[in-house]
Write a protein that binds this ligand. Structure first.
Ligand code: SF4
Length: 165
């Protein structure tokens, strides 16, 4: 995995864009973090989560979808039903139950929620799915086709083909 500091130059931001990974040294000034907006990222309420190779990107997407599912007010159907559907697909991927059709449905629902939800919660709920599908497609493929979690995090109990530690 390639790491790149945001501290020095715009050229480095370009590199960050390509790698989608970042290493922030301990003395990194907050202004460098704020430049994340330049590469299309958001800080939410100010939180920054740091993960390494032991984090499963599919399960990370599932975790954030669970949060959005719980927080949905239920006013509009795309968000109310879509977050539940997406969470169920992500859960089944992490347990080895999903197939290629589920992956396509995940992409379709991502577009649907982003384009038709009434407010920012539903519109941004698919973001972790979209970005992990874009930058870590091999993790989704390993779960679906090999019934294997590259991070060793997911328990593929449903498929009965692998139980990760
Ligand atoms: S998108 Fe907004 S309005 Fe619609 S259900 Fe979700 S939280 Fe409620």
């Amino acid at each position: 995995m390639a790491y790149q500091s945001l501290r020095d130059s715009d050229a480095q931001i370009e590199n960050f864009n390509r790698a989608n990974t970042v290493n922030l040294p301990r003395q990194t000034h907050l202004s460098a973090v704020l430049r994340l907006a330049q590469i299309g990222s958001i800080m939410g309420s100010g939180g920054l989560i740091v993960m390494d190779e032991t984090s499963c990107m599919v399960d990370v997407a599932r975790f954030f979808m669970e949060f959005c599912m719980d927080e949905s007010c239920g006013k509009c159907i795309p968000c109310r039903a879509g977050t539940v559907q997406m969470h169920d697909i992500l859960r089944r991927i992490t347990t080895g139950e999903a197939n290629e059709d589920d992956l396509e449905m995940l992409k379709t629902l991502s577009d649907l929620l982003r384009e038709t939800s009434l407010c920012g919660l539903g519109q941004t709920a698919p973001n972790p799915v979209i970005s992990t599908l874009k930058y870590f497609p091999q993790e989704y493929e390993a779960h679906i086709h090999e019934k294997r979690c590259p991070a060793g995090h997911c328990h593929m109990t449903a498929a009965g083909q692998e139980v990760a530690s």
